[in-house]
Design a protein around this ligand. Structure first.
Ligand SMILES: [Cu+2]
Length: 92
């Protein structure tokens, strides 16, 4: 158990596993909103596999390997696009 914990810690610090994030966004109404949010998330240079869904009002992406994106960075990016991140969930 101790060894697996150490390995997991090492894997995390070397960025082997990237966190998967899901953000609930308020204020999206059309495809322009989707592209604006995608663009701002791309501009953080910390997100990959960005997928913004107008139906579910969710933005999904993964952290780029070795990069940590904080909740405040996500909120700032969404706000810059003109929307609000109301909930951020992450899975390791
Ligand atoms: Cu729109």
């Amino acid at each position: 158990m101790k060894i697996s914990f150490i390995l997991a810690t090492l894997a995390l610090s070397f960025g082997v596993y990237a966190a998967k994030l899901e953000v609930d966004v308020a204020g999206m109404t059309c495809g322009m909103c989707v592209s604006a949010i995608t663009k701002e998330l791309e501009a953080t240079e910390k997100a990959t596999g960005i997928s913004v869904n107008l139906e579910t009002k969710k933005a999904r992406f993964e952290e780029l390997k070795g990069k940590k994106i904080s909740d405040s960075e996500i909120k700032a990016a969404i706000k810059k696009a003109g929307y609000e991140a109301v909930k951020i969930s992450r899975k390791q």
